[in-house]
Design a protein around this ligand. Sequence first.
Ligand SMILES: NC(=O)c1ccc[n+]([C@@H]2O[C@H](COP(=O)([O-])OP(=O)(O)OC[C@H]3O[C@@H](n4cnc5c(N)ncnc54)[C@H](O)[C@@H]3O)[C@@H](O)[C@H]2O)c1
Length: 255
Amino acid sequence: MSDGANMSLITGAGQGIGKETAKRLARQGISVGLLDINLENAKLVEEEIRNDGGSAIAVACDVGSRKSVENALALVESHFGATPLLLVNNAGVGGPFHRVDEVSDEEWEWIMNTNLRSVFLFTRYLLPKMKQAGYGRIVNIASVQGQFGASRSSTYVASKHGMIGYTKAIAAEWGHEGITCNAICPGYVDTAMGIKSPEITDYFRKVLEKTPVKRIGLPTEIAAMAAFLVGPESGYINGATITMDGGITAHVGIT
Ligand SMILES: NC(=O)c1ccc[n+]([C@@H]2O[C@H](COP(=O)([O-])OP(=O)(O)OC[C@H]3O[C@@H](n4cnc5c(N)ncnc54)[C@H](O)[C@@H]3O)[C@@H](O)[C@H]2O)c1
């Protein structure tokens, strides 16, 4: 198998779920390309991984911009000497939390470019190379808001539904090439975007009431699932939407 099967790309790796996924993969001996719009944070993660004996490179990247994505991928490829065949599309943005009639074109484009166009840009570049290698693993970090609607989050909801649809389409189209593509749908996770976001504290109180396990998720729990899905033992999971929400989506009834 190509060297690239032991190399990964993680977008939004400077903090939160992306950071924990990067650290976990590095501990498993996988080289990690840490792509983030916030290079300072990504460099701190790089340092942490290297101090731990792992292999990592931090690269500045705006995942919604084709030029930025192509530049970042070229840098990672030349640093590692091969194309990474493990991809975690994790970078994402949520708010501002506006009603549809308050959403500006700029907000729509920013959220859709970061959350959804990015997945197209990365897969467009990497799928032919994965095909050549006969192997590839793609994990898209979507959201439970890709499975149901929510007020004041229409663009985010649309982007995450799109991500899940795109995951299934890639799975159907590329599975016979040794490439799998799956989505993880976290519920509410303890990161800057999740519970730590002060703007939506009341909302989270309501979320906890509706969460059967009565807690929010940890970024390390999402990272563990992402690590399994990019691993060699996950080959029969393809096009799946794996919900990790403490039972929120199971609990839609009145009681
Ligand atoms: N935290 C949650 O509750 C939760 C729930 C469901 C889904 N998710 C999804 O998980 C993913 C990670 O979220 P998180 O909670 O770790 O968020 P976070 O805000 O802690 O981290 C997101 C990372 O993405 C980076 N980023 C943002 N825009 C970027 C861009 N244009 N180019 C490159 N990097 C960019 C940020 O700099 C940051 O490092 C997101 O896709 C999010 O939608 C999170």
